[in-house]
Design a protein around this ligand. Sequence first.
Ligand code: COA
Length: 256
Amino acid sequence: MERILLEYPEKEIALITLNRPEKLNALDTKTRMEISSALDEVEERARVLIITGKGKAFAAGADINELSKRTPFEYIRLSKYGTWLNNRIENLDIPVIAAVNGYALGGGCELAMACDIRIASERAKFGQPELNLGIMPGVGATQRLPRLVGLGMAKKLVFTGEIIDAHEAFRIGLVEEVVEHERLMERCFEIAKTIAGKPPLAIKMAKRALNATRTMGLEDGLRYEVALASLLFSTEDAKEGLRAFLERREPEFKGK
Ligand code: COA
């Protein structure tokens, strides 16, 4: 792969690093295709995925150079593909943590929002500056940003194109934690290891139920939760977890 690095630095934890720092990891089609094929492997091999960027950006948005050469008809495919990829990340069977190391603008912010958890370095910066270019967000921001920060704040960010720092992003609920830049990866791996120690089927079902809040109303969502929780209750890991508590020992989860 040319645009990304795929590594497994810890047992069952995958790390994707966007690796075109000289272009601030701008997301062109090649990058998105490489992420897509990495996801197919990661979903099989890992229990948690961390996505970060090399250099001073997480990703500074869609590749403006590529965008400028596309016809309106070709843009439809770009927008659909980026949207498909972000949905694929959001619906991956394992949790995805965005380790936001620097600029997360436009498509970069949209990519971070498709991840399950966002941890930001104090150097991170967020924004949806598309309107400054005469275009608008096209791979998720108008839908995911309001769900994270509320409709009014999302409108303010999209309409003004304002770039905000990590502390403001935390204040409005766009990121879950802000850490010193040097501690970013350490903290992300700490969270990833905690998650990797949980029963994988329970993580998978819980993620599905939580994601259902995006598409289901409360009543349907509650029914879905009952169905998934009941299914999970029949697993060996559920028996093991309950038994281990009563026997005052650590559980040994097998993913069955
Ligand atoms: N697409 C393509 N190339 C990009 C890019 C993008 N979204 N963002 C940055 N780059 C490139 C620059 O063209 C430059 O390339 P060059 O050295 O070959 O000229 C390189 O990355 C470094 O960027 P530069 O602008 O010189 O860095 P900076 O520190 O002065 O500014 C930003 C950083 C993030 C403020 C600025 O790059 C920027 O505004 N980028 C675009 C953000 C954006 O509008 N994203 C939404 C796109 S839809």
